[in-house]
Write a protein that binds this ligand. Structure first.
Ligand SMILES: Cc1cc2nc3c(=O)[nH]c(=O)nc-3n(C[C@H](O)[C@H](O)[C@H](O)COP(=O)(O)OP(=O)(O)OC[C@H]3O[C@@H](n4cnc5c(N)ncnc54)[C@H](O)[C@@H]3O)c2cc1C
Length: 387
Protein backbone atom coordinates (compact mmCIF):
# COMPACT_ATOMS: atom_id res chain seq x y z
CA UNK A 1 0.00 0.00 0.00
CA UNK A 2 1.25 3.48 -0.80
CA UNK A 3 0.38 6.18 1.71
CA UNK A 4 0.99 9.88 1.25
CA UNK A 5 4.32 9.79 3.05
CA UNK A 6 5.84 7.02 0.93
CA UNK A 7 7.46 7.41 -2.42
CA UNK A 8 5.49 6.07 -5.37
CA UNK A 9 5.70 2.37 -6.18
CA UNK A 10 7.51 3.29 -9.37
CA UNK A 11 10.18 5.16 -7.37
CA UNK A 12 10.54 2.24 -4.98
CA UNK A 13 10.99 -0.12 -7.93
CA UNK A 14 13.60 2.24 -9.36
CA UNK A 15 15.50 2.11 -6.06
CA UNK A 16 15.45 -1.70 -6.06
CA UNK A 17 16.65 -1.93 -9.65
CA UNK A 18 19.53 0.51 -9.08
CA UNK A 19 20.53 -1.21 -5.83
CA UNK A 20 20.61 -4.55 -7.65
CA UNK A 21 22.75 -3.15 -10.45
CA UNK A 22 25.18 -1.44 -8.05
CA UNK A 23 25.47 -4.51 -5.82
CA UNK A 24 27.10 -6.38 -8.73
CA UNK A 25 29.96 -3.91 -8.36
CA UNK A 26 30.02 -3.15 -4.62
CA UNK A 27 32.34 -1.36 -2.22
CA UNK A 28 35.41 -3.58 -2.66
CA UNK A 29 35.35 -3.08 -6.42
CA UNK A 30 34.95 0.69 -5.95
CA UNK A 31 37.79 0.93 -3.43
CA UNK A 32 40.14 -1.21 -5.53
CA UNK A 33 39.51 1.05 -8.53
CA UNK A 34 40.27 4.11 -6.41
CA UNK A 35 43.47 2.67 -4.93
CA UNK A 36 44.69 1.54 -8.36
CA UNK A 37 44.08 5.00 -9.82
CA UNK A 38 41.44 3.54 -12.13
CA UNK A 39 37.95 4.75 -13.01
CA UNK A 40 34.44 3.44 -12.47
CA UNK A 41 33.49 3.95 -16.11
CA UNK A 42 31.82 0.52 -16.47
CA UNK A 43 29.33 1.35 -13.74
CA UNK A 44 28.80 4.87 -15.10
CA UNK A 45 28.05 3.54 -18.59
CA UNK A 46 25.83 0.76 -17.27
CA UNK A 47 23.64 3.16 -15.32
CA UNK A 48 23.61 5.35 -18.44
CA UNK A 49 22.57 2.44 -20.67
CA UNK A 50 19.76 1.55 -18.28
CA UNK A 51 18.38 5.08 -18.44
CA UNK A 52 19.16 5.95 -14.81
CA UNK A 53 21.82 8.59 -15.43
CA UNK A 54 19.58 10.92 -17.42
CA UNK A 55 16.36 9.95 -15.70
CA UNK A 56 15.66 13.61 -14.80
CA UNK A 57 16.27 14.94 -18.31
CA UNK A 58 13.49 15.39 -20.89
CA UNK A 59 12.87 12.35 -23.08
CA UNK A 60 13.42 14.22 -26.37
CA UNK A 61 17.09 14.62 -25.40
CA UNK A 62 17.70 11.02 -24.42
CA UNK A 63 16.51 11.29 -20.81
CA UNK A 64 13.82 9.55 -18.83
CA UNK A 65 11.52 12.55 -18.42
CA UNK A 66 11.47 12.11 -14.63
CA UNK A 67 12.28 14.52 -11.84
CA UNK A 68 15.05 15.37 -9.44
CA UNK A 69 13.48 12.92 -6.97
CA UNK A 70 14.22 10.11 -9.42
CA UNK A 71 17.86 10.96 -10.00
CA UNK A 72 18.32 11.58 -6.27
CA UNK A 73 16.99 8.06 -5.63
CA UNK A 74 19.50 6.66 -8.13
CA UNK A 75 22.34 8.59 -6.47
CA UNK A 76 21.34 7.41 -2.99
CA UNK A 77 21.03 3.74 -3.95
CA UNK A 78 24.47 3.75 -5.62
CA UNK A 79 25.98 5.27 -2.47
CA UNK A 80 24.12 2.82 -0.24
CA UNK A 81 25.83 -0.02 -2.12
CA UNK A 82 29.20 1.60 -1.42
CA UNK A 83 29.56 3.07 -4.92
CA UNK A 84 28.99 6.81 -4.46
CA UNK A 85 29.30 8.65 -7.77
CA UNK A 86 29.95 12.33 -7.13
CA UNK A 87 29.73 13.14 -10.82
CA UNK A 88 26.02 12.31 -10.69
CA UNK A 89 25.58 15.45 -8.63
CA UNK A 90 27.44 17.44 -11.24
CA UNK A 91 26.79 16.07 -14.75
CA UNK A 92 23.09 15.15 -14.97
CA UNK A 93 21.78 17.12 -11.98
CA UNK A 94 23.57 20.51 -12.07
CA UNK A 95 24.70 20.73 -15.71
CA UNK A 96 21.77 18.69 -17.08
CA UNK A 97 19.24 20.87 -15.29
CA UNK A 98 20.82 24.19 -16.29
CA UNK A 99 21.12 23.18 -19.95
CA UNK A 100 17.60 21.69 -20.03
CA UNK A 101 16.18 24.89 -18.58
CA UNK A 102 18.34 27.57 -20.19
CA UNK A 103 20.13 26.02 -23.17
CA UNK A 104 19.13 26.70 -26.78
CA UNK A 105 17.58 23.87 -28.78
CA UNK A 106 20.96 23.25 -30.46
CA UNK A 107 22.77 23.15 -27.11
CA UNK A 108 20.27 20.66 -25.66
CA UNK A 109 20.62 18.39 -28.68
CA UNK A 110 24.37 18.66 -28.59
CA UNK A 111 25.10 18.03 -24.91
CA UNK A 112 22.17 16.34 -23.18
CA UNK A 113 22.21 12.91 -24.93
CA UNK A 114 25.86 12.33 -23.89
CA UNK A 115 25.10 13.39 -20.33
CA UNK A 116 22.18 10.91 -20.29
CA UNK A 117 23.97 7.85 -21.66
CA UNK A 118 27.21 8.64 -19.85
CA UNK A 119 29.36 8.95 -22.96
CA UNK A 120 29.92 12.70 -22.55
CA UNK A 121 30.16 13.74 -18.92
CA UNK A 122 30.09 17.41 -17.95
CA UNK A 123 31.95 18.80 -14.93
CA UNK A 124 30.95 22.04 -13.17
CA UNK A 125 33.35 24.79 -12.11
CA UNK A 126 32.42 27.67 -9.87
CA UNK A 127 34.80 27.51 -6.87
CA UNK A 128 37.91 29.69 -6.98
CA UNK A 129 40.91 29.78 -4.63
CA UNK A 130 40.42 33.39 -3.49
CA UNK A 131 36.62 33.67 -3.58
CA UNK A 132 35.84 30.32 -1.90
CA UNK A 133 32.34 30.30 -0.45
CA UNK A 134 31.85 33.92 -1.50
CA UNK A 135 31.10 33.13 -5.13
CA UNK A 136 30.09 36.75 -5.78
CA UNK A 137 33.84 37.43 -5.66
CA UNK A 138 34.89 35.09 -8.46
CA UNK A 139 37.37 36.68 -10.84
CA UNK A 140 37.33 34.32 -13.80
CA UNK A 141 36.55 36.75 -16.57
CA UNK A 142 34.75 36.34 -19.87
CA UNK A 143 35.59 39.02 -22.41
CA UNK A 144 33.88 39.39 -25.75
CA UNK A 145 36.15 39.50 -28.79
CA UNK A 146 34.11 39.83 -31.98
CA UNK A 147 31.86 36.77 -32.10
CA UNK A 148 34.04 34.89 -29.65
CA UNK A 149 34.48 34.86 -25.88
CA UNK A 150 37.86 34.75 -24.16
CA UNK A 151 38.06 33.18 -20.69
CA UNK A 152 40.77 33.76 -18.10
CA UNK A 153 40.90 32.58 -14.50
CA UNK A 154 41.48 29.72 -12.11
CA UNK A 155 39.09 27.21 -10.53
CA UNK A 156 39.76 24.83 -7.67
CA UNK A 157 38.38 21.50 -6.35
CA UNK A 158 36.67 20.78 -9.65
CA UNK A 159 35.51 17.16 -9.63
CA UNK A 160 36.03 14.76 -12.49
CA UNK A 161 37.71 17.00 -15.07
CA UNK A 162 39.73 13.97 -16.26
CA UNK A 163 36.50 12.05 -16.93
CA UNK A 164 34.62 14.92 -18.53
CA UNK A 165 34.45 16.06 -22.15
CA UNK A 166 33.26 19.50 -21.08
CA UNK A 167 33.17 21.74 -18.03
CA UNK A 168 30.33 24.17 -17.36
CA UNK A 169 32.34 27.17 -16.16
CA UNK A 170 30.91 30.08 -14.20
CA UNK A 171 32.66 33.33 -15.14
CA UNK A 172 31.96 37.04 -14.85
CA UNK A 173 31.21 39.34 -17.74
CA UNK A 174 30.29 42.96 -18.01
CA UNK A 175 26.59 43.53 -18.63
CA UNK A 176 26.41 45.30 -22.01
CA UNK A 177 23.58 47.54 -20.76
CA UNK A 178 24.47 48.39 -17.17
CA UNK A 179 28.25 47.84 -17.16
CA UNK A 180 27.85 45.75 -13.98
CA UNK A 181 29.62 42.41 -13.78
CA UNK A 182 27.42 39.34 -13.41
CA UNK A 183 27.82 35.58 -13.70
CA UNK A 184 27.73 33.95 -17.11
CA UNK A 185 28.01 30.25 -17.91
CA UNK A 186 30.02 28.59 -20.65
CA UNK A 187 30.46 25.03 -21.80
CA UNK A 188 34.21 24.62 -22.19
CA UNK A 189 35.66 21.47 -23.81
CA UNK A 190 38.26 19.91 -21.52
CA UNK A 191 40.64 19.72 -24.49
CA UNK A 192 40.27 23.43 -25.35
CA UNK A 193 43.54 25.27 -26.01
CA UNK A 194 44.47 27.20 -22.85
CA UNK A 195 42.65 24.88 -20.42
CA UNK A 196 44.92 22.96 -18.10
CA UNK A 197 43.84 20.70 -15.23
CA UNK A 198 46.05 19.54 -12.37
CA UNK A 199 44.87 16.86 -9.93
CA UNK A 200 44.83 17.89 -6.26
CA UNK A 201 46.07 15.14 -3.94
CA UNK A 202 43.05 14.49 -1.69
CA UNK A 203 42.58 12.07 1.24
CA UNK A 204 39.27 10.75 -0.12
CA UNK A 205 39.39 7.14 -1.36
CA UNK A 206 37.49 7.65 -4.59
CA UNK A 207 38.14 7.12 -8.29
CA UNK A 208 36.68 10.61 -8.82
CA UNK A 209 39.37 13.25 -8.40
CA UNK A 210 39.41 17.00 -7.80
CA UNK A 211 41.39 19.43 -9.97
CA UNK A 212 42.73 22.92 -10.17
CA UNK A 213 41.71 24.24 -13.58
CA UNK A 214 43.69 26.99 -15.26
CA UNK A 215 41.94 28.98 -17.98
CA UNK A 216 44.43 30.95 -19.97
CA UNK A 217 42.97 32.88 -22.92
CA UNK A 218 40.54 30.07 -23.69
CA UNK A 219 38.66 31.10 -26.84
CA UNK A 220 35.07 29.99 -27.17
CA UNK A 221 32.49 30.40 -29.91
CA UNK A 222 29.27 32.34 -29.17
CA UNK A 223 27.36 29.01 -28.93
CA UNK A 224 29.35 28.06 -25.80
CA UNK A 225 27.40 30.59 -23.73
CA UNK A 226 24.49 28.97 -21.83
CA UNK A 227 21.58 31.29 -21.13
CA UNK A 228 21.29 34.99 -21.68
CA UNK A 229 24.60 36.86 -21.49
CA UNK A 230 22.76 39.53 -19.49
CA UNK A 231 20.77 36.89 -17.61
CA UNK A 232 22.67 37.30 -14.35
CA UNK A 233 22.04 34.78 -11.63
CA UNK A 234 18.93 32.96 -12.85
CA UNK A 235 20.59 30.17 -14.76
CA UNK A 236 23.11 29.65 -11.99
CA UNK A 237 20.37 29.42 -9.36
CA UNK A 238 18.61 26.79 -11.46
CA UNK A 239 21.39 24.39 -10.51
CA UNK A 240 21.38 25.06 -6.77
CA UNK A 241 18.36 23.06 -5.59
CA UNK A 242 19.28 19.99 -7.67
CA UNK A 243 22.85 20.26 -6.32
CA UNK A 244 21.68 20.28 -2.70
CA UNK A 245 19.11 17.53 -3.12
CA UNK A 246 21.70 15.34 -4.84
CA UNK A 247 24.36 16.08 -2.24
CA UNK A 248 21.86 15.07 0.45
CA UNK A 249 21.14 11.79 -1.36
CA UNK A 250 24.84 11.12 -1.79
CA UNK A 251 25.27 11.52 1.99
CA UNK A 252 22.22 9.53 3.09
CA UNK A 253 23.34 6.70 0.81
CA UNK A 254 26.81 6.66 2.34
CA UNK A 255 25.27 6.85 5.81
CA UNK A 256 23.08 3.84 5.04
CA UNK A 257 26.10 1.93 3.79
CA UNK A 258 28.07 2.70 6.98
CA UNK A 259 25.14 1.78 9.21
CA UNK A 260 24.46 -1.50 7.36
CA UNK A 261 28.06 -2.54 7.74
CA UNK A 262 28.17 -1.54 11.41
CA UNK A 263 24.93 -3.34 12.22
CA UNK A 264 26.06 -6.53 10.51
CA UNK A 265 29.36 -6.40 12.41
CA UNK A 266 27.62 -5.70 15.73
CA UNK A 267 25.53 -8.83 15.27
CA UNK A 268 28.54 -11.03 14.49
CA UNK A 269 31.35 -9.86 16.71
CA UNK A 270 31.39 -11.42 20.17
CA UNK A 271 34.06 -10.68 22.75
CA UNK A 272 32.18 -11.20 26.02
CA UNK A 273 29.11 -13.33 26.43
CA UNK A 274 26.93 -11.85 23.68
CA UNK A 275 27.50 -10.12 20.37
CA UNK A 276 28.70 -6.52 20.84
CA UNK A 277 25.35 -5.29 19.49
CA UNK A 278 23.77 -6.46 22.73
CA UNK A 279 25.59 -3.66 24.56
CA UNK A 280 23.53 -0.50 24.51
CA UNK A 281 26.72 1.52 24.14
CA UNK A 282 26.98 0.00 20.67
CA UNK A 283 23.27 -0.43 19.87
CA UNK A 284 22.02 3.04 20.82
CA UNK A 285 24.35 5.08 18.62
CA UNK A 286 23.42 2.83 15.70
CA UNK A 287 19.71 3.26 16.47
CA UNK A 288 20.30 7.02 16.65
CA UNK A 289 21.91 6.91 13.22
CA UNK A 290 18.96 5.00 11.82
CA UNK A 291 16.62 7.74 13.07
CA UNK A 292 18.84 10.56 11.80
CA UNK A 293 19.22 8.96 8.37
CA UNK A 294 15.47 8.42 8.02
CA UNK A 295 14.81 12.05 8.99
CA UNK A 296 17.34 13.28 6.44
CA UNK A 297 15.85 11.05 3.75
CA UNK A 298 12.36 12.35 4.45
CA UNK A 299 13.52 15.95 4.18
CA UNK A 300 15.36 15.12 0.95
CA UNK A 301 12.21 13.56 -0.48
CA UNK A 302 10.20 16.61 0.57
CA UNK A 303 12.70 18.95 -1.12
CA UNK A 304 12.60 16.85 -4.30
CA UNK A 305 8.79 16.73 -4.29
CA UNK A 306 8.57 20.53 -3.92
CA UNK A 307 11.17 21.08 -6.64
CA UNK A 308 9.46 18.67 -9.02
CA UNK A 309 6.13 20.40 -8.35
CA UNK A 310 7.73 23.69 -9.50
CA UNK A 311 7.96 25.32 -6.05
CA UNK A 312 11.55 26.58 -6.31
CA UNK A 313 11.31 28.81 -3.23
CA UNK A 314 9.83 26.12 -0.98
CA UNK A 315 12.33 23.62 -2.34
CA UNK A 316 15.19 26.00 -1.48
CA UNK A 317 14.60 25.89 2.25
CA UNK A 318 13.91 22.14 2.26
CA UNK A 319 16.92 21.36 0.05
CA UNK A 320 19.25 23.29 2.34
CA UNK A 321 17.85 21.60 5.43
CA UNK A 322 18.03 18.17 3.77
CA UNK A 323 21.64 18.71 2.76
CA UNK A 324 22.55 19.79 6.28
CA UNK A 325 20.73 16.90 7.96
CA UNK A 326 22.13 14.35 5.53
CA UNK A 327 25.75 15.46 5.95
CA UNK A 328 25.42 15.42 9.75
CA UNK A 329 23.77 11.99 9.70
CA UNK A 330 26.48 10.64 7.41
CA UNK A 331 29.40 11.97 9.48
CA UNK A 332 27.92 10.50 12.65
CA UNK A 333 27.07 7.18 11.02
CA UNK A 334 30.63 6.82 9.67
CA UNK A 335 32.12 7.65 13.06
CA UNK A 336 29.85 5.16 14.83
CA UNK A 337 30.60 2.50 12.20
CA UNK A 338 34.33 2.91 12.84
CA UNK A 339 33.80 2.67 16.61
CA UNK A 340 31.65 -0.44 16.25
CA UNK A 341 34.44 -2.13 14.31
CA UNK A 342 37.08 -1.43 16.97
CA UNK A 343 40.59 -1.83 15.54
CA UNK A 344 39.12 -3.30 12.38
CA UNK A 345 37.49 0.08 11.85
CA UNK A 346 40.84 1.57 10.95
CA UNK A 347 42.03 -1.17 8.60
CA UNK A 348 41.93 -0.97 4.83
CA UNK A 349 40.41 -4.44 4.80
CA UNK A 350 37.20 -3.26 6.47
CA UNK A 351 37.21 0.07 4.64
CA UNK A 352 35.39 1.98 7.37
CA UNK A 353 37.94 4.72 8.07
CA UNK A 354 37.82 5.91 4.46
CA UNK A 355 34.18 6.75 5.03
CA UNK A 356 35.18 9.33 7.65
CA UNK A 357 36.73 11.57 5.01
CA UNK A 358 34.16 10.77 2.34
CA UNK A 359 31.26 11.73 4.61
CA UNK A 360 33.18 14.67 6.08
CA UNK A 361 33.43 16.25 2.63
CA UNK A 362 29.63 16.48 2.71
CA UNK A 363 29.86 19.04 5.51
CA UNK A 364 31.99 21.27 3.28
CA UNK A 365 30.81 20.76 -0.29
CA UNK A 366 28.99 21.74 -2.38
CA UNK A 367 27.82 24.23 0.22
CA UNK A 368 29.18 24.26 3.76
CA UNK A 369 27.11 23.60 6.87
CA UNK A 370 27.82 27.17 8.03
CA UNK A 371 26.35 28.67 4.87
CA UNK A 372 23.24 26.52 5.32
CA UNK A 373 22.92 27.72 8.90
CA UNK A 374 23.30 31.29 7.60
CA UNK A 375 20.52 30.62 5.09
CA UNK A 376 18.15 29.15 7.66
CA UNK A 377 18.92 31.87 10.22
CA UNK A 378 18.13 34.55 7.64
CA UNK A 379 15.38 33.08 5.52
CA UNK A 380 13.57 30.73 7.88
CA UNK A 381 14.02 32.69 11.11
CA UNK A 382 14.26 36.23 9.75
CA UNK A 383 17.49 36.97 11.61
CA UNK A 384 19.89 39.62 10.27
CA UNK A 385 22.47 38.71 7.66
CA UNK A 386 25.77 38.14 9.43
CA UNK A 387 28.24 38.47 6.56
C1 LIG B 1 35.29 16.68 -2.56
C2 LIG B 1 35.00 18.04 -3.09
C3 LIG B 1 34.49 18.18 -4.38
C4 LIG B 1 34.22 19.44 -4.89
N1 LIG B 1 33.75 19.55 -6.19
C5 LIG B 1 33.55 20.78 -6.72
C6 LIG B 1 33.15 20.91 -8.10
O1 LIG B 1 32.98 19.93 -8.83
N2 LIG B 1 32.96 22.16 -8.59
C7 LIG B 1 33.14 23.29 -7.83
O2 LIG B 1 32.95 24.38 -8.34
N3 LIG B 1 33.54 23.19 -6.53
C8 LIG B 1 33.74 21.97 -5.96
N4 LIG B 1 34.15 21.85 -4.64
C9 LIG B 1 34.40 23.07 -3.85
C10 LIG B 1 33.37 23.30 -2.75
O3 LIG B 1 32.15 23.72 -3.28
C11 LIG B 1 34.00 24.31 -1.79
O4 LIG B 1 35.07 23.64 -1.13
C12 LIG B 1 33.03 24.85 -0.79
O5 LIG B 1 32.08 25.65 -1.45
C13 LIG B 1 33.73 25.67 0.31
O6 LIG B 1 34.59 26.63 -0.24
P1 LIG B 1 36.10 26.73 0.27
O7 LIG B 1 36.68 25.37 0.24
O8 LIG B 1 36.81 27.78 -0.50
O9 LIG B 1 36.00 27.17 1.79
P2 LIG B 1 36.04 28.67 2.37
O10 LIG B 1 35.09 29.52 1.61
O11 LIG B 1 37.45 29.09 2.46
O12 LIG B 1 35.44 28.45 3.82
C14 LIG B 1 36.22 27.94 4.90
C15 LIG B 1 35.33 27.80 6.11
O13 LIG B 1 34.79 29.07 6.49
C16 LIG B 1 33.39 29.01 6.60
N5 LIG B 1 32.78 30.28 6.20
C17 LIG B 1 33.06 31.04 5.12
N6 LIG B 1 32.24 32.11 5.07
C18 LIG B 1 31.41 32.03 6.14
C19 LIG B 1 30.34 32.82 6.64
N7 LIG B 1 29.92 33.92 6.02
N8 LIG B 1 29.70 32.42 7.77
C20 LIG B 1 30.11 31.29 8.41
N9 LIG B 1 31.11 30.50 7.98
C21 LIG B 1 31.76 30.86 6.87
C22 LIG B 1 32.98 27.90 5.63
O14 LIG B 1 31.72 27.36 5.98
C23 LIG B 1 34.12 26.90 5.83
O15 LIG B 1 33.86 26.10 6.95
C24 LIG B 1 34.43 20.58 -4.10
C25 LIG B 1 34.96 20.45 -2.81
C26 LIG B 1 35.24 19.20 -2.30
C27 LIG B 1 35.79 19.09 -0.92
Amino acid sequence: MTVAFSESEERQELRKAVAKLASKYGRDWFTEKARAGEKTTELWLEIGKNGYLGINIPEEYGGGGGGIGDIAAVCEELSAQGCPLLLMVVSPAICGTIISRYGTEDQKQRWLPGICDGTSTMAFAITEPDAGTNTHNITTTARKDGDEWVLNGRKIYISGVDEADNVLVVARAEDSKTGKVKPVLFVVPTDAAGLEAKAIPMEIVSPELQFTVFLDDVRLPAEALVGDEDGGLVQLFAGLNPERIMAASFSTGLARYALDRATAYAKERTVFKDAIGAHQAIAHPLAQSHIEIEMARLMTQKAAALYDAGDDMGAGEAANMAKYAAAEAACDAADRAVQTHGGNGITQEYGMAGLLVATRAGRIAPVSREMILNFVAMHSLGLPKSY
